[in-house]
Design a binder for this molecule. Sequence first.
Ligand code: PA5
Length: 449
Amino acid sequence: MKELVFDHSYAVPFVRPGELELLEPQAAAAHRQLHDKTGAGSSFLGWLDLPERYDRAELARLKEAAQRIQDQCEALIVIGIGGSYLGARAAISALSHSFSDLLSRDARRAPQVFFAGHAISDKYLHDLIELVAEKDLALNVISKSGTTTEQAIAFRILRELMEKKYGAEGARERIYVTTDASKGALRKMVQSEGYTSFVIPDDVGGRYSVLTPVGLLPMAAAGIDVDALLEGAAAACSWFGRPELKDNGAYQYAALRSIFQRKGKNIEILVNYEPSLFYFSEWWKQLFGESEGKDQKGIFPASVNFTTDLHSMGQFMQDGARSIFATTVWVDRSPVEVVVPHDPKDEDGCEYLAGKSLSCINAKAFQGTVLAHTDGGVPNLVVNVPELNPFYFGALIYFFEKACAMSGYLQGVNPFDQPGVELYKRNMYALLGRPGFEEERKALEQRLK
Ligand code: PA5
C-alpha cells in the first residue's frame, strides 16, 4: 500500500540545513499534547482516532439511511455551512463524475446533490427551488450547534416546500438531520418531529467533522464508498501518528509552514492541477483559516486551480510581492486517459505533443511551474496523492487535519476554537432585531448613520 507522501525537496533552497530539525523538540512536545490530550482545546480531539474506532453499527445505520435517500429521491439537498458542508462538497466533487448532476439517473446511480444554507441569497434559493420543484426530494440538514442562521433559514424554507409537496408525514420520512446529541434547535425538532437523525460527537468541532455523519451521510447518498474512505483515513492515522518529526510528513508540513512564516511568508496558496479538487481547497481554507487565524497570528490560506489560474494568478505568484509560499496537492495517477491525436498538417504547432496523455502534459506543467516559482523566490511544498479514490481522499483529509492541529500548537494558538466568528453574528442579530439584542442594536445603528 503506497502512503501519501509529503515532499519538501523543492523547498531545499529556502531552508538552511538543520533548520527543520531545530523544530524537533517543539513538534515532539506538541505531539504529546495532542495525543495525551493536554493541549489547548483538548476537549475537541475526538477526530484524532475516530477513523480507527468508528462505531460500525452506527456506520451500518448511516449506510441504510443513504440507501433510503437513494431510493426516495432524484435530488438530495444538503443544508449546512462551513464545516457542516464543505467536507461533503469537497468529497462529492473530487470523487464523482465531473458533470455528475447533468448525467442521467441511470448513469449516475445516485441522486443529484445540491447544497443550500451556505449563503443568504434570494436568487440562489429561488433558483434551486425552481430547479428541483418537479423532482423527488430529500433533505439532509446539518448543524453542530443547531442554531446557525444561514442553515436555519434555508431549512425553514425547504421544509415548507417538502411539507407542501409530501404532507407532514411524507416530509418527515425524507428529512435527515445531523446535529448534536442533545443541544440546539435541530435536536429539539428531531424530538418533536421524529426525523431520522445522526449525531455529531461532542468532541469533534465543525471543521474537523467531515469524517463523522456530517460528511459521511451525504457522501454515501452520493454513491461514494465511505468504508474505503474511512479505511484511508485510518491508515493515515497510523502514518501521521508517528511521534518523530523526521518520520511524520504531516508534522514536517506544519513545521515548514512555521519556518516560512518566520521568514515573512504569511500567505500560503494551496495549488491543485485537477478541477475536481476546487472544493477540497475550499475545505482546506476553512480548516487552516479558522484554526490558525486568531490572536493576531496565522498564515492566510488562499488557493488556486492550475493550470487555469496560471493564466490569471500565475503572474502574481511568479513575480508579485514575495510574501507567499505554495503547497501543491498532486495526484499521481488519473483514473482515465485522454491522448492528444496526431495531425500531420500540424497547423496548431502541437504535433510534438501527439501521443501524450493530458496527465503527462499536466505533470510537465506542474514541474515547470514549481521550478519557475523556485527561481522566483516562492517555496513549494508537495503532497503526493497516488490516485484520487475514496481511500486516498480519506487519507488526504486526515493528513491536513493532523497537520493543522500540529501547526496551531507550533503557532501557540488553540486550533479548535473560533472566537472571531461570533462578532458578525451578534451584530447581524442586533441589526435584524433579534430579541435580547436591543442595546447593541441602538449602538450599531448610531454607527451606521
Ligand atoms: O468549524 C466550525 O466550527 C464552523 O465553521 C462551523 O462549521 C460553521 O460555523 C457551522 O456551524 P454549525 O455546524 O453549528 O451550523
